[in-house]
Write a protein that binds this ligand. Sequence first.
Ligand SMILES: Nc1nc2c(ncn2[C@@H]2O[C@H](COP(=O)(O)OP(=O)(O)OP(=O)(O)O)[C@@H](O)[C@H]2O)c(=O)[nH]1
Ligand SMILES: [Mg+2]
Length: 277
Amino acid sequence: MDGTSPPVLFVVGTAGAGKSSLVTSFQRWSRFLDIDALAINLDPGAERVHYDPEFDVRDLISLSEVMDEYDLGPNGAQILAADLVASQADDVFEEIAGLSGDIMVIDTPGQVELFAFREASSHLVEVLGQGRSCLIFLFDPLLSSTPSGFVSQMLLSSIVHFRLGLPTANFLSKSDLLEPEVLERILDWGDNLDILEVALYEESAKSSSSEGSGSQRAEFAISQLRTMQNSAILPGLIPLSSEMEEGLADVLSFAQNVFGGMSDAKDGFAGDIDNEK
Ligand SMILES: Nc1nc2c(ncn2[C@@H]2O[C@H](COP(=O)(O)OP(=O)(O)OP(=O)(O)O)[C@@H](O)[C@H]2O)c(=O)[nH]1
Ligand SMILES: [Mg+2]
């Protein structure tokens, strides 16, 4: 890609968090705004995708062929496939280098650890991202409904952010599935660590089976989050629904905040996204 390469959004999150759906709805929504969103599939295990990929890694590597050829089960094949994809990063780059568009949105494998923690994947992110990339980290809505599940995802997002070193925005995926009061509670936790701390202690008081360990865990987790907040590396949480096309403007404005405007600025961005620049 040359100096005009579009910003790249890597969509990451735990299995089933809604990554592929976000790429689909973002691409569809962008068309209405006359924004050219290029979709890329980097998940060799995807059964099918509903967006129009400019590049699909399954054209290079098929999970079922990896299973057959190396006599692996699905998990081993996912790991090997992730490494094989990354080892062909330069070929992938060749395929997408000539593409022009306003923004590139990349769907990643179902298991976030395959994308973030394999050494080879860092190389892939570097090659494809070209210094103009960021992460959209999706929180699973059901896991986010409990304080400990919520904190676990905050920590996971921070670890992925630390590992890949890219500007990160946290989104609460499938927010249409949550009751309004549950949604509000989760957003409050994202906004205010004091509220989250109280909820976490209440939860641990109810559930701790071995003496004191629940509150120790809560104390540990909150102190980690506070440290991150103090160093301004703890992004807030933004509700998103690919189903209802809500929060997509926030995804776009995050990229714009990080990389500056692309084409002309569109109206109606919720803006005010709390994260590092
Ligand atoms: N109600 C609702 N359902 C959603 C939304 N986004 C995704 N889903 C559903 O959640 C399920 C998983 O969505 P995917 O987009 O495949 O999630 P993924 O993260 O790509 O999944 P893997 O690649 O398998 O890890 C599907 O059944 C989607 O229809 C949403 O905004 N609202
Ligand atoms: Mg997917």
